[in-house]
Design a protein around this ligand. Structure first.
Ligand SMILES: *Cc1c(COP(=O)(O)O)cnc(C)c1O
Length: 380
């Protein structure tokens, strides 16, 4: 295959080109409306997203990290309360916990789907545990049914970090399908441009079915005010702007198609990689659907850097999500008493994972070029 322009991890340019007319018009409409922050377009987007997710309330905010912070702020937590999070995730999940003077308890994940398990959560619960923040990593839900059972038993709040999995389904029980992010007490997402539902800047949202939590979340995201200039609690300033909402309204209509396109790429990758025993393909759980925010392989650690260099020579980019366990980050040192202690699966994943390009605009010959190149490395 002739590579005429650089291969990207995510091709947002071609995705935009397909909906350019509609997007450009929507942006211009907001510009001439002069309603730039909140307003009718943001309200409409919140309602449409609530409809899509099948959830009672969507509260938009400035980014996914704020969404997590606001969610925690709404949970009546006190300094030192323990919040369980995976050690193998993006920094934001645990960062906001520390920032609020709460205590992140970082736990291991499982090697097949990169997510926490009910068992690992249960082992980490103490008298001080007040909440769990499961992450639906790389686009696939964590086992929410079991997590909710544990949370009910121990009276814990559950805040889903759904930043990478918006659009995925969770098969809760017979004939009961929920969208990921709507099963816990609160769900959070990010509209960062490269996320599966991304805008053209920063954006985020919080979901809940609980009316009281919803009004609290809404207040906290807006300086703690219900009625204007009457502040009932300390809050933050975290708002989605109308241009981003206008873009998101259009892209939301395509979200299911975007997820299907990513899944199709993953299917093709899987099929080719299955022939190589040294590659572990991302496993798919039976209780939910995968929307492949990332397509992440596990390869022998001793091969990973050479493989990436080999691909790079063929102009194929790859990324390591994530290279360092959270507890080994300097920023989290105070939450990890024993520096010798390691979580085995997280350690192993940080050494062996490698994510390949996956996006909505990938043609079959490109997927074939990338996957054959990976196979060729192992067979040279
Ligand atoms: C992207 C992401 C976030 C944070 O979202 P921002 O909009 O970048 O603040 C949080 N958690 C996970 C798992 C993410 O992937």
């Amino acid at each position: 295959m002739q590579i005429t322009k650089p291969i990207q991890m995510v091709d947002l340019g071609r995705q935009y080109q397909r909906i350019k007319g509609e997007i450009d018009q929507a942006i211009l409409d907001v510009v001439s409306s002069t309603r730039y922050i909140k307003g009718p377009v943001v309200d409409a987007f919140e309602q449409e997203l609530a409809g899509y997710l099948g959830v009672r309330h969507v509260i938009s905010c400035a980014n996914g990290t704020d969404a997590l912070q606001i969610a925690l702020m709404a949970c009546d937590l006190r300094q030192g309360d323990e919040i369980i999070v995976p050690a193998f995730t993006y920094v934001a999940t645990a960062e906001v916990i520390g920032l609020l003077k709460l205590h992140p308890v970082m736990i291991d994940v499982n090697t097949d789907d990169f997510n926490v398990t009910a068992e690992l959560i249960e082992q980490a619960i103490t008298e001080k545990t007040k909440a769990i923040v499961p992450v639906h990593l790389f686009g696939q839900p964590a086992p929410m049914k079991e997590i909710m059972e544990i949370a009910d038993r121990h009276k814990l709040m559950v805040i889903e970090d759904n930043a990478q999995a918006i659009g995925s389904d969770y098969f809760y029980g017979k004939d009961q399908i929920f969208k990921s992010g709507t099963i816990g007490h609160i769900g959070c997402t990010s509209f960062f441009p490269s996320k599966n539902l991304g805008c053209f800047g920063d954006g985020g949202a919080i979901f809940t079915n609980d009316d009281d939590l919803a009004s609290k979340l809404r207040m906290i995201s807006n300086h703690g005010q219900g009625e204007r200039y009457y502040h009932e609690m300390l809050g933050v300033n975290s708002r989605l702007d109308a241009i981003q909402a206008a873009i998101l309204r259009i892209k939301l209509k395509h979200l299911d198609d975007y997820c299907a396109r990513r899944r199709h790429v993953a299917d093709q990758y899987d099929e080719i990689f299955r022939s190589e025993a040294r590659i572990k393909i991302p496993e798919r759980v039976e209780f939910g659907t995968h929307v492949f925010h990332q397509y992440t392989l596990q390869v022998p650690p001793e091969d990973r850097e050479a493989l990436r260099a080999y691909l790079s020579d063929k102009q194929i980019p790859s990324m390591i999500y994530y290279p360092v366990p959270l507890y080994k980050q300097k920023a989290f040192a105070e939450y990890w008493q024993d520096p010798e202690r390691e979580l085995p699966v997280t350690e192993q994943l940080c050494r062996s994972v490698m994510s390949l390009p996956i996006h909505t605009e990938m043609e079959e010959d490109l997927v074939r070029y990338i996957s054959r190149s990976v196979i060729n490395y192992f067979q040279q």
